[in-house]
Design a protein around this ligand. Structure first.
Ligand code: FES
Length: 173
């Protein structure tokens, strides 16, 4: 189950440490995303101020790299593969069922309980298991729409006790 390694997130301290070691703004963005599971706008604004890097540059980095997201993610992010092997094996129907069960469209934030988000992605490297669904760290293979409900129940059991991430509390410069 993914959890952030840091107990508290101190952006200013992280920036100072990164500057001392010659690290890059991208490294800090990775830490921000690891902590919040996405890149909150107010944190990016503060990062821009502290690093003296234009916000437009930071936003451009965050949209260039697929690893970054500007949209909040659930404690258990769901990634439905729509790569070729999964697509021809019925992944679009799995995605439809997932969206219908959760009342949430892919790429549109998180469920009300903060547990799930859905993303449609390209090949996750498990084509022999197509269609695949990656839930947090777990890869489910040979998924059918009929299995979706049981998988969600299983994941609720595992992730309901996962700690929620606090919304960013940073001074806005
Ligand atoms: S196409 Fe889905 S895992 Fe490769």
């Amino acid at each position: 189950m993914p959890t952030c390694k840091c107990q508290a997130f101190n952006l200013e301290e992280l920036v100072l440490q990164t500057q001392k070691t010659g690290g890059t703004v991208i490294e800090i963005m990775q830490d921000i995303q690891d902590h919040y599971r996405y890149l909150p706008q107010k944190v990016l604004r503060e990062l821009s101020r502290l690093m003296e890097v234009p916000l437009s540059r930071i936003v451009s980095i965050s949209t260039f790299y697929k690893a970054f997201t500007l949209v909040p993610r659930g404690r258990c992010p769901l990634r439905v593969c729509l790569g070729t092997a999964c697509h021809v094996s019925g992944a679009p129907r799995v995605l439809e069922r997932l969206e219908s069960e959760l009342g949430l469209k892919a790429g549109e934030g998180v469920t009300k309980d903060g547990l799930f988000s859905i993303d449609a992605v390209r090949c996750v490297g498990a084509c022999s298991l197509a269609p695949t669904l990656v839930a947090g760290d777990i890869t489910f293979g040979k998924i059918t729409p009929g299995k979706v409900s049981a998988i969600l129940d299983e994941l609720r059991g595992q992730y309901e006790s996962a700690p929620a991430v606090q919304e960013p509390v940073v001074a806005v410069g």
